[in-house]
Design a protein around this ligand. Structure first.
Ligand SMILES: [Ca+2]
Ligand SMILES: [Ca+2]
Length: 269
């Protein structure tokens, strides 16, 4: 396939026990970075994983699953002022190559605190007559039966504990609602605090799990139509970087809804 930039690209593969690699020394100002690159597989059936290192530290292993060039981003890494060697090495055993092009270094800024955008689901203001905004809200991604409500919506929820709008997680026709947001965390220990209530005007009991990336940090079953405060289990971020917070409905059948508002990430002392 054609290179995504210009006419040429790099390749790495392994042959007779020799792992192909290439490297370049780059002068970095002290800080945190990611590498962005494009990569494609020579043979989709036998992809060649590629290990990416900076100054001997592995910052990612990519395995292109397509013969079309796709974008990849490494983990975050933090370096001291000075020259560091970026090395890409074939990490598999096969002779099939991975093609690589358009490698760039991107500086990433670590905030002082992990802050959720639109943590109270107030934006944008809901204008629909039924007071429900299905699957939309600034900063958040919604899936299946999830979205936002404003006070007085057809869901019949108690008034939002923060502002006038909240999120809902509904299980309907066997599909569980979920919403998520990715944000940048400084290293540290944290808990997630939020307010939650159940729908009492219709349906059954909703329960939900909260995740940091793929790690469950708590299961919750709001038992009251009034909002109560809940706190996740503590979790540890060992390196600064981007992580996803996710709320997922867990009741399997029926029509069950939970309401959630005022989600705050707090350092765990
Ligand atoms: Ca090129
Ligand atoms: Ca709110």
């Amino acid at each position: 396939m054609n290179a995504p930039a210009g006419l040429q690209a790099a390749f790495v593969r392994s042959q007779n026990g020799v792992q192909g690699s290439f490297h370049q020394s780059v002068t970095f100002p002290a800080g945190s970075y990611v590498l962005n690159l494009k990569a494609a597989a020579q043979t989709v059936e036998q992809p060649q994983p590629v290990q990416i290192q900076v100054g001997g530290q592995t910052v990612g292993t990519i395995t292109p699953s397509s013969s079309t060039y796709q974008s990849f981003t490494t983990d975050w890494f933090t370096v001291a002022d000075g020259s560091h060697t970026i090395t890409l090495t074939a990490a598999g055993t096969g002779t099939h190559a991975t093609f690589i092009d358009q490698i760039s270094v991107e500086r990433v800024d670590v905030p002082d605190q992990a802050v959720l955008q639109n943590n109270g689901f107030e934006h944008p203001a809901i204008t629909s007559q039924n007071g429900v905004a299905v699957g939309s809200g600034e900063g958040w991604s919604f899936k299946n039966n999830a979205g936002r409500i404003r006070n007085g919506s057809v869901f019949g929820a108690s008034d939002a504990p923060e502002g006038t709008q909240a999120a809902y997680l509904q299980t309907l026709n066997g599909k569980q609602g979920e919403f998520s947001q990715s944000l940048i965390f400084p290293a540290g220990s944290y808990v997630i605090q939020f307010q939650a209530a159940k729908r009492t005007s219709f349906g059954g009991q909703q329960s939900f799990d909260v995740y940091l990336d793929d790690q469950s940090i708590g299961s919750f079953t709001p038992g009251s139509g009034s909002y109560n405060a809940y706190t996740s289990n503590p979790f540890q971020i060992t390196k600064p970087g981007k992580h996803q917070i996710r709320f997922v409905g867990t009741s399997g059948t029926g029509d069950n809804t939970a309401f959630i508002d005022d989600i705050v990430i707090t350092p765990n002392p």
